[in-house]
Design a protein around this ligand. Structure first.
Ligand SMILES: [Zn+2]
Length: 247
């Protein structure tokens, strides 16, 4: 048995060897311990509800790099509300404070290595914290795994439950997944249906070749070549418009 003090209310807590996470019996705070000391659990409230998360996803899907009509045609097959655990390290690096966030749960979900913890929005995670029915993803990566590799000197470390929505959808028979950061509205995806560019390239290439040819013609017959060039510009414009509408 080890004796430590609760970092919130300083009440003594007894820990069995090997225990990393415990609840203070006096103030109900969730506390974790490792060789570097005791730390808090924090959680960030959801600012995006399910409807806003879907809206954020649709706006993202309507972006210019996404396949045509992905915003309308993406068929959402599953949406889940989750709290994903990350470690928050405050370090003093060359006299300046640096905040580093690393996943505390193993995951193949995109974006969870680049989460940004919003300042001032951390709530102490204890019995009274309302998780709003979110699935709590278990931390299964040890803090020590990161501590050796971090720069500077440690000032604070905490475990932060980060609010996310995971959305699975299908498009043209393939499955995709995105993560919506429920505090910053950022959308993370490792793959998504992209807009085809082959037709645009073809139009550009044909336009370029016609211009090249007309350039030679212009050295012999200037006026007719200029007229044809003008017609080519109009032609390429309408061809691009057609491609944009169809693709
Ligand atoms: Zn306590």
């Amino acid at each position: 048995m080890a004796q430590v003090n609760c970092p919130k209310c300083a009440a003594p807590m007894e820990l069995d060897a090997g225990v990393k996470f415990a609840k203070c019996s006096y103030c109900s705070s969730m506390v974790f311990f490792d060789r570097t000391g005791a730390g808090f659990y924090y959680a960030i409230p959801f600012t995006l509800g399910q409807n806003e998360a879907v809206g954020t996803f649709r706006r993202w899907a309507g972006g210019s790099t996404k396949a045509k009509d992905l915003d309308r045609l993406a068929n959402i097959t599953e949406i889940k509300k989750k709290y994903f655990p990350v470690y928050l390290f405050r370090r003093e690096v060359n006299g300046r404070e640096e905040v580093i966030v690393e996943p505390a749960g193993s995951t193949i979900l995109p974006g969870l290595h680049q989460l940004k913890v919003p300042g001032g929005d951390l709530k102490v995670f204890d019995d009274k914290f309302d998780t709003g029915g979110a699935e709590m993803v278990r931390p299964d990566i040890e803090m020590l795994h990161y501590l050796d590799k971090l720069p500077g000197k440690g000032k604070e470390q905490a475990l932060v439950y980060f609010p996310i929505w995971t959305i699975e959808y299908t498009f043209n028979g393939s499955k995709y997944q995105v993560v919506v950061d429920a505090s910053s509205s950022e959308v993370f995806a490792s793959t998504f249906p992209a807009r085809g560019s082959a037709a645009y390239l073809l139009v550009a290439l044909v336009g370029f070749i016609i211009f090249l040819v007309l350039g030679f013609v212009a050295t012999v017959m200037l006026v007719p070549a200029l007229v044809l060039m003008a017609l080519t510009v109009v032609g390429v414009f309408f061809l691009s418009l057609t491609v944009a509408r169809r693709m």
